[in-house]
Design a protein around this ligand. Sequence first.
Ligand code: S3P
Length: 164
Amino acid sequence: MNIYLIGFMGTGKTTVGKALALKLNKKFSDLDDLIVEKTGKQIVEIFREDGEEEFRKIETEVLKDINEKDNFVVATGGGVLTTEGNYEIMKSNGVIITLAASPEAIYERLRNDETRPLLMVDNVIDEIKRLMFERAPLYIKADYIVDTTERPIDEIVNEIVEYL
Ligand code: S3P
């Protein structure tokens, strides 16, 4: 079994995932990192040169690979559930946990970030709200949802461990 962390960009999937893996004595993996390793390209380059559709294909490939393994805490990319079938892949060998945060908190965390191609727009806060609203039906499919807005990492990790 694996533990899949899903949720919007900037909700803390990587940070919480690493701490959770340490606490549970599991391995940690980040889908975006696996994509960078597999393609030899940064995420922004893949979006720019190959397009989002190609990125989603590679995302599903690395998800399938990690799903064949066990004992991983996996930080997914914020759009992993926009691809049909990815929910079923994760459920077949794992628990799915959504990390949630307010649009304002996400904006503060990502306002100077240049690694998120989907947020390279003029009005970032509006785009965060729009995308979050659009994806809400996907994020609520998780087995458990934990709020990460203005909370220390260990408190978030403890809440997830209690749920598990
Ligand atoms: C995306 C989120 C990113 C990355 C890509 C697309 C999304 O991952 O996979 O830029 O569609 O929300 P993070 O959630 O780790 O930022």
